[in-house]
Every structure is written in structure tokens, then in C-alpha cells.
Write a protein of this length. Structure first.
Length: 500
């Protein structure tokens, strides 16, 4: 057994303990106004310019529910196979944070709008059913920025700034029931679930799900129990994990950390923890409160929400196809094998390929770039593939240049390298790096003549009835042209020159 830096290896941890998970995903809705007031929700506005007495919690200000947010909540609930409440209401969740101007959060407690649902994810070709406890409406908090420290956290900071633009933005919190899968699959299933949710929410058009901007955030609850035991352990909650890769890494780390504590005879503290992307560890935040500690009580300033059954059915009729149905349809349309589609799903690139195909790129070519060059670059950068700054538009532009004979695959990979490094647009990178294919027949012919002159033995083999030997001459020409020649064009000119 190996303990390194207060953690066990993942293999040692899983040999002794079974992980139990619960995932809470917070989704900022894409409504034009906030949950309970008319303030705009545009991301990136100057601090504290999108506020009013309602979202600042000033005395006498009264909230009004955003009908579009309720509609989006119902959409999400239906897409997750939830029951939609005939009657529900908001509550006040009381706790103090400097970035929460009212000193309470308007949320839903025991009467959520959607509950008792389920969905499915696929990992390594196996389908896992995820039970949904609830999807409830609430409002987001403001944002604190801690200045003067080395970590960006309050410890060591000289002062803090608060921006209330985000306070009051509509949120849907999607809470799973307990998730127990094969121990070695736990972290991958969690990642697949958050990835699936992102694709589903995009299809529903209820959020831009920009994890880098905080519009999709995951709180990962994890506990360990001895292998084969039914008694649940004490859980921790790792807050605001904001990428698919980080969800998987954070859960893996917590498994190894908690296992080390338990093996050493210690106890797990029920607490929130912070995920550190740079170091790949979690650190203690604050002791985790139970629901009673928040002193929930019904919000007296808001009337209950009672969506008519006819309205719910109208919304149901607008839902896109379910993810498993869509996956099978796309696999058929794209002509992928089961193994190829499994790689697409596991790689989290199904939506990216779909968007690329919609721009006129063949599915096989889109898969080649997303699962090949871009997945490799993402792995090297320690990012998810959709965080590279390369999107379907750039893939389509490069692929069309390849098909037009202006680039070959080798040069296309250099273009993608430039895109990942932020060197500019596709056109700018081609010009700056000098990547365009040589299309001048005379320049190609000169290179062919040089190759023939330098390789008389190869030419003799070709002339003696061994045309396959010409491949060495093509390689010499491509090297001479620094890879900036169309191999098919070179072969055509070479064959004509040698009379093949």
C-alpha cells in the first residue's frame, strides 16, 4: 500500500473503499432579465451596473417571478424525465455571504418545481442510469474578487471587491440522487453526466452553459464506504468545479484523500472544499451546513407557482429528441461503428462534431480532427477540448482548404497548432507560417528533376519494371518542398516524367 502526500494511490483506495457520489449542477439561464427583477443579465458588464433595489435587497423592494425562467425550469425538468409540480413555491435560505446582498437566497426547498427524474450516460459503451432528486429554481449570488493575495482567495488578500451584477440571475440547480457505480468508473461517470447535461441544455436553448464564465458549475459530493458495506460514509462537497476534466480529477483526488484519512484511523469532516486546478488538489473551505441550519421558511413576497397542465404539455411538445435517441440517429447518419461512436461520446465531442458537420464537413473528417489533433492538444494543455479556442468554424475552414488542395493534413495540423497558441485566424497563421501548398507545376517539376538526378538507382528500378519504387522519389520531392506539395500532384507529374 502506498501513501503519497496524504493520499493513497487510486488503485489502493478503490481496493478498500467504494465511492458514493451526489452531483449538484448549477445552470445560469439565458433569460434577458434576472429572476425577480428587470435588470439585464449580460456577462462582462462593468461592475455593479446591472443592479436595482430588488436584486440589491433594499428595503421595500418587491420581487416578481420571471415567467421565462419558469418555462426554462419546466423544460429542463421534462428533459430529465421529472415530474412537474402542480404547485410549488419559493423559500428564503438564510446564510451570510458578503456577495449575497439580501443575506438570504431566494430558492426552493421542500417544494421544487421538478422532482423524481432520471437520465442516462454512456461510458466505455456501457449505459448508466442517473436518478434525479430534483431540479429547482433559485437566484445566483454576486461575485467577490479578493485582491492582493497569491491565490485569488480571501486568505492573504489585502482587500475584497464585490460585484452584484450576477446577483439575482436565474439559476436551476439539478441535484442527483445517490450515485453508486463500479468504483473504477465513478469519476468517469461523473464527467460523462456533466458533459451530457451541457449538451442537453444547449439543445434545450435554456443556457449558454459557458463553464469558463460560470454559467454551468458542478458541486461534487463524495463519500467512501468500506468495500461491500451498505453504510454510507461522511461526505464532502467540492464547490464550483468548472470543467469536465476537473470534475473527473476532483472526484479522483477526493477518493484518494479520504481513503488516506480513513486508513490512518481518522474521520472525514463534513465540509465544503475548494478545487485547485493548478495543483490538482482540494483544500478545506467551511464546515458543511445541513438544511436545518439555513432556517428555510416560505418566501412571503412571492406567490406560489402553479403551472397549468396544458402549459406543461405545450412545453413538452417542444422538447428536442432525447440524448440516447439522438446519439443513435447521429451514429447512423455519420456511418460510425459502435466503437467509433463510443470514442466520440467518451471524448465529449459529439456536439462539436455535429456542429462541424452542419458547416459542410464530412463526419469522418470532423471526427479525425476533433478526436485526433484537437484531443491531443487538449490533453497536452490539461484542458477540455472545447476550451482550446478552436471551434467548428475553424475546423470547417481548415478542412475546406484541405479539400481544395490548398493544404495537406501535415500543414493543417500546423494551422491547428497556431490556432491553439492564439496566433490569429486561419488565414493569418497560413500567411505568417508560410504554410500554403505549392501549386506551381514548374516549381514541382524542378523538385522532381532534382530528385531524379539525385537518385539514379531508384530511377533504374522504376525503369526495370518496379513502379512502386517511385514512392522514394515522391518522398524526396516532399522533403525538398518542406511538405508543402500536394502528394497526388507530385505523383501525377512524376509518373508523366518517368513514363509510368
Amino acid at each position: 500500500m502506498t501513501v503519497v502526500a496524504d493520499v493513497l494511490t487510486i488503485d489502493d483506495a478503490l481496493a478498500q473503499f467504494d465511492p458514493v457520489m451526489g452531483l449538484e449542477v448549477h445552470v445560469e439561464l439565458n433569460t434577458l432579465s434576472k429572476m425577480f427583477c428587470g435588470c439585464p443579465t449580460e456577462f462582462g458588464a462593468p461592475p455593479n451596473t446591472q443592479t436595482c433595489p430588488v436584486c440589491l435587497g433594499l428595503p421595500g423592494a418587491l420581487p416578481v417571478v420571471n415567467a421565462r425562467a419558469v418555462e426554462s425550469a419546466i423544460k429542463i425538468g421534462l428533459a430529465l424525465n421529472c415530474e412537474i409540480a402542480e404547485w410549488c413555491r419559493f423559500a428564503r435560505k438564510n446564510y451570510f455571504y458578503p456577495d449575497m446582498p439580501k443575506n438570504f437566497q431566494t430558492s426552493q426547498y421542500d417544494e421544487p418545481i421538478a422532482f423524481n427524474g432520471w437520465t442516462e450516460v454512456v461510458v466505455d459503451g456501457e449505459t448508466y442510469r442517473i436518478e434525479i432528486e430534483r431540479a429547482h429554481m433559485e437566484e445566483d449570488t454576486g461575485k467577490s474578487t479578493h485582491v492582493g493575495g497569491a491565490t485569488g482567495r480571501i486568505h492573504g488578500a489585502s482587500h475584497s471587491l464585490v460585484d452584484y451584477n450576477r446577483a439575482g440571475i436565474p439559476l436551476i440547480e439539478i441535484v442527483t440522487k445517490t450515485i453508486e457505480v463500479a468504483p473504477e468508473k465513478a469519476a468517469a461517470v461523473a464527467r460523462a453526466y456533466v458533459s451530457m447535461l451541457r449538451d442537453l441544455l444547449l439543445a434545450l436553448d435554456v443556457s449558454d452553459v459557458r463553464m469558463d464564465q460560470g454559467s454551468l458549475r458542478c458541486d461534487a459530493n463524495l463519500s467512501l464506504k468500506p468495500s461491500g458495506s451498505t453504510a454510507l460514509g461522511t461526505r464532502t462537497e467540492t464547490k464550483n468545479v468548472n470543467s469536465f476534466r476537473s470534475v473527473e480529477r476532483a472526484i479522483t483526488y477526493e477518493i484518494t484523500r479520504q481513503a488516506a484519512v480513513l486508513v490512518a484511523g481518522g474521520k472525514i469532516l463534513q465540509e465544503t472544499r475548494h478545487w485547485h486546478e493548478d495543483t490538482g488538489i482540494t483544500t478545506s473551505g467551511r464546515e458543511k451546513s445541513d438544511a436545518d441550519d439555513y432556517r428555510y421558511f416560505p418566501e412571503p413576497d412571492l406567490v406560489p407557482v402553479a403551472p397549468a397542465r396544458s402549459w406543461v404539455e405545450e412545453i413538452r411538445a417542444t422538447l428536442p429528441e432525447a440524448p440516447p435517441v439522438k446519439r443513435l440517429r447521429l451514429q447512423t447518419e455519420w456511418g460510425f461503428t459502435d466503437l467509433e461512436m463510443r470514442d466520440v461520446v467518451n471524448g465529449g465531442v459529439q456536439t462539436l462534431i455535429e456542429q462541424t458537420v452542419a458547416l459542410g464537413v464530412a463526419a469522418a473528417a470532423a471526427k479525425k480532427w476533433w478526436l485526433g489533433e484537437l484531443a491531443r492538444a487538449a490533453n497536452e494543455a490539461g484542458k477540455d477540448v472545447d476550451e482550446l479556442g478552436v471551434g467548428p468554424v475553424e475546423i470547417a475552414e481548415v478542412q475546406k482548404l484541405v479539400e481544395a488542395g490548398a493544404l495537406n493534413d501535415k500543414l493543417a495540423r500546423e494551422v491547428f497548432d497556431g490556432l491553439v497558441k492564439g496566433e490569429g485566424s486561419v488565414t493569418q497563421i497560413i500567411e505568417a507560417r508560410g504554410l500554403a501548398l505549392v501549386s506551381d507545376d514548374s516549381a514541382l517539376q524542378e523538385a522532381i528533376d532534382r530528385a531524379i538526378a539525385a537518385n539514379p538507382a531508384v530511377v533504374e528500378k522504376v525503369n526495370s519494371g518496379k513502379p512502386a519504387a517511385a514512392g522514394a522519389l515522391i518522398g524526396a520531392v516532399m522533403k525538398d518542398m518542406r511538405g508543402q506539395a500536394d502528394a497526388a500532384k507530385v505523383r501525377e507529374l512524376l509518373n508523366a516524367t518517368l513514363g509510368i
